[in-house]
Design a protein around this ligand. Structure first.
Ligand SMILES: Cc1cc2nc3c(=O)[nH]c(=O)nc-3n(C[C@H](O)[C@H](O)[C@H](O)COP(=O)(O)OP(=O)(O)OC[C@H]3O[C@@H](n4cnc5c(N)ncnc54)[C@H](O)[C@@H]3O)c2cc1C
Ligand code: SF4
Length: 467
């Protein structure tokens, strides 16, 4: 895998001096079946689609966007052939416009709110946004202006969407910013976790490159509470932002767990080098969220004959978006609801099945979701040659390592300015998202708002209207 990482790092670096997006070597036949699902709009398609927009006053699509992009504004600019202006409008509200154009659950957000959705087709806002963003990235155009230097230094932990958004916004405001990332590649889950069907890795890396070109320094292989200490960082910085995301996949705590494949590692391998991903013929994925659907999709597209998602509650309690659930069914993925795995069956290290019990729905839990209880004497066996677990992520370990106050859910607790209980230490993104679904666009918004709060705290000045 290491030579692959080197390729990626090289393509990341090479972008600075060229006028195109970094290109991954597509030497692997598996890349075809995992290639980005939606094609880009052609110039003609984008123009026709942009001209369908009603350019609503007080537009509901903008209200529904967590980063409040001026959606009719950027679409109008596409309609009048001002693609650069369109990209500027997007990036001013959302620095990761290229990622969000691809990964946002637009059906639940802007497109779900589009007034044309009631009787016609909603405007393809995500694909128009991608059209404008690809325009600037393909040409290597750098859009931003900067405020004069403030002389303040800020350390960012984590180069995922929250960290990148915070870093870029602070750089625009004139601060000197360093991002510390524990992994080899930057970009967080956009690089390692979101499946290529939705977002190829080179898009995430191109966005990191844009933030680098804004003057932000990146140090990879630098882990807070391992190679770096909080006191060191505090000596070097005027403020610190934690965009550390969540942890690894939790334990299932059932016998045979050692034979289970970790879903996040499965996705990561499918992005870095799918030819070395070991995919079974009869794959069971345990979980009910979007990660479970992503793992199941990879297995199906890389040749598994049968793929089944097993979940202990019913389809109504699934955390995956409705459109993802539908997509999975169209891919031929099966669902086995009200089923709780109790044991992995393996002989000589080779998995041959999953023992499960049937479940029955009970009372609602504190989130309003029905709980489930095992039905007595209902054990049965599902044949499988690979079992993948995709049951969410552990809460951020930095919370306890740094002695931070947490919400009852275990997420880092912050005040309205994204500041933790330690003054000068801010946090945002998945690490603080104790309610609602974690999403890239929410992490981007947290990073942006935290940057503005840090700026105000350090300079006493509000964020300028225009830079
Ligand atoms: C499989 C999967 C699929 C998803 N698909 C979608 C999707 O389609 N659409 C969508 O909107 N959202 C999706 N999400 C959610 C989305 O990826 C996250 O909400 C988003 O990435 C959160 O950004 P973040 O910056 O808070 O955290 P992350 O992206 O997790 O980034 C955190 C970064 O911090 C680094 N880090 C952690 N600890 C340290 C430390 N101690 N020192 C230094 N660095 C550290 C990590 O290595 C990482 O790079 C998906 C998530 C998963 C797991
Ligand atoms: S709601 Fe729909 S029609 Fe109205 S501005 Fe937004 S995208 Fe255009």
């Amino acid at each position: 895998m290491s030579h692959k990482i080197e390729d990626l790092k090289a393509c990341d670096r090479s972008q600075a001096g060229t006028r195109s997006l970094p290109q991954l070597k597509n030497t692997n036949p598996a890349n075809g079946s995992l290639a980005e699902l939606l094609p880009p709009l052609t110039d003609h398609e984008a123009l026709v689609e942009a001209n369908r927009c009603l350019f609503c006053f007080d537009a509901p699509c903008t209200h529904a966007c967590p980063t409040h992009i001026d959606i009719p504004g950027f679409i109008k600019k596409i309609a009048t052939d001002n693609i650069l202006g369109s990209a500027r409008t997007i990036l001013e509200a959302n620095l990761l416009g290229a990622t969000c154009a691809r990964v946002c659950p637009v059906q639940e957000l802007c497109e779900g709110a589009c007034v044309l959705g009631a009787e016609h087709k909603p405007i393809m806002i995500g694909r128009l946004q991608r059209y404008a963003m690809d325009h600037v990235y393909r040409r290597g155009i750098h859009i931003f202006q900067y405020a004069p230097s403030t002389g303040k230094r800020i350390a960012i932990i984590g180069s995922g969407p929250a960290g990148l958004s915070c870093a870029g916004e602070l750089a625009r405001l004139g601060h000197s910013v360093t991002v510390f990332e524990k992994r080899e590649l930057t970009g967080g889950l956009s690089t390692y976790g979101i499946i290529t069907l939705r977002e190829p890795m080179e898009i995430a890396l191109a966005e990191v490159e844009m933030v680098k070109r804004m003057g932000v320094e990146f140090r990879t292989g630098a882990e807070l509470c391992s190679s770096l200490t909080l006191s060191e960082l505090r000596m070097q910085s005027d403020a610190i932002f934690l965009g550390c995301g969540l942890g690894s996949t939790p334990q299932l705590r059932i016998p045979g767990e050692e034979h289970v494949v970790d879903g996040l590692a499965y996705i990561e391998q499918s992005k870095l080098d799918p030819s070395h991903l070991d995919v079974g013929q009869n794959v069971i994925v345990i979980g009910a969220g979007n990660t479970a659907i992503d793992c199941a999709t990879i297995a199906k597209r890389l040749g598994a004959r049968q793929v089944t998602i097993v979940y202990r509650r019913s389809d109504r309690e699934m955390t995956a978006y409705e459109h993802e659930h539908e997509f999975a069914r169209e891919e031929g993925i099966e669902f086995q609801f009200l089923t709780q795995p109790v044991r992995i069956l393996a002989e000589n290290g080779i998995v041959f099945g999953l023992a499960c019990v049937q479940m029955a729905l009970g009372e609602s839990d504190s989130c309003g979701r029905r709980t489930s209880q095992p039905v007595p004497e209902s054990e049965f066996i599902m044949p499988a040659d690979q079992v993948v677990k995709a049951i969410g992520q552990e809460k951020p370990s930095l919370a306890s390592l740094l002695g931070l106050a947490t919400a009852p859910s275990g997420h880092i607790a912050v005040n309205g300015n994204f500041e933790t209980n330690i003054p000068g230490l801010y946090a945002g993104g998945d690490a603080i998202r104790s309610s609602g679904a974690c999403s890239t666009v929410m992490a981007v918004e947290d990073g942006k708002l935290a940057a503005r709060a840090i700026h105000k705290q350090l300079t006493g000045l509000p964020v300028p209207e225009a830079l």
